[in-house]
Every structure is written in C-alpha cells, then in structure tokens.
Ligand binder design. Structure first.
Ligand SMILES: [Zn+2]
Length: 166
C-alpha cells in the first residue's frame, strides 16, 4: 500500500502566483522584472519606462484592487503602463473585457466631463492637503506619496477616458 504523500505546507503565501490572472496587480507584476515583495500589498521592480539599474518602481495594490505605480525617477504612470504594453485602464479592476484583446473593446459609455472635472478637483484638493502637511514640517510618508501617485493616475485616467493627449 502506497501512502499518499500530501505536500506539507499547503496554503502558503505562494498561492498568489497561481491566483487568477485577471486582477490588475497580477497583470502588472507578470510583466515586470526583478519584482520583490516588500509588504502584503507592495512590491518593487525595475521601472520599464527608463533605464533602471536598481528597482525604483514601487507598486501597490489598493483596497479596491487598483494598481498604484510610483517611479522614483519620475516616470509617469502612463509611460510605465505603455512600456509594459498595457493601458491605464489595465490598472483598474472591472474593465476585463478590453484587456485580452487590447484596443478592440473601448469603453462605450459616454464620457462625463462634469464627473471627470469633479474628480480632478477632488484630487487637486487631496494633493494640496498633502503638500500643506509636508510644508508645515510633517515628513512626507510613503502613504502620502502613494496617494499623490494615485491622484496623478486618476487625473491621467480621466484624460485617457476623454480621448488621451493626442
Ligand atoms: Zn522610471
């Protein structure tokens, strides 16, 4: 009788790699080099948008599964995703249909300028509050920098939804 050897350590942290390839974070991490996990929801990797010798791209998965990208050399989220062959929409969950066949599934809903401008106004307020805090002597922490990066991404995303820069 052969004892069925079951592998010990089932349910280890490695389960993430076999997670559905459908989440924005998997999509992004899959395409990056020298990915290293620094926290449950944070990673660093080589930035694909500039000649990066040591990882200067920080990646964070937000509560709503959106992906936040921050290159410490200053590359914008739009440059980073385009270097990965993705679009800004790929950083957000809930737009799965256009992901596999990129470019062929544009968002059909009409663009709402009022919504977008309200969103941008909100992001500008957030940025002002963070800058004010930094200006008053508070140390700029990673959360604040992440939040600023998110503001940039949200504004870029609104621009993208409005038809992009060209
Ligand atoms: Zn970069």
């Amino acid at each position: 009788m052969q004892p069925q050897k079951s592998r010990p350590g089932a349910g280890t942290a490695h389960a993430t790699t076999s997670r559905s390839n459908d989440t924005p974070i998997d999509r992004v991490l899959h395409r990056l080099d020298k990915v290293k996990r620094t926290a449950p929801d944070k990673w660093i990797a080589l930035c694909p948008a500039h000649d990066d010798k040591r990882p200067s791209l920080s990646i964070k998965e937000g509560d709503d599964h959106r992906v936040l990208l921050k290159c410490w050399s200053g590359c914008g989220a739009a440059e980073i995703v385009s270097a990965l062959g993705l679009s800004l929409a790929d950083l957000f969950p809930g737009n799965r249909r256009s992901l596999s066949d990129h470019g062929t599934g544009p968002m059909r809903r009409p663009f709402d300028y009022r919504d977008a401008l309200q969103g941008i106004a909100h992001e500008a307020t957030v940025a002002r509050l963070i800058i004010e805090a930094a200006n008053s002597g508070q140390e700029m922490d990673v959360e604040s920098l992440d939040r600023l990066a998110m503001a940039e991404e949200r504004i870029s995303d609104a621009l993208q939804a409005a038809g992009g820069t060209q």
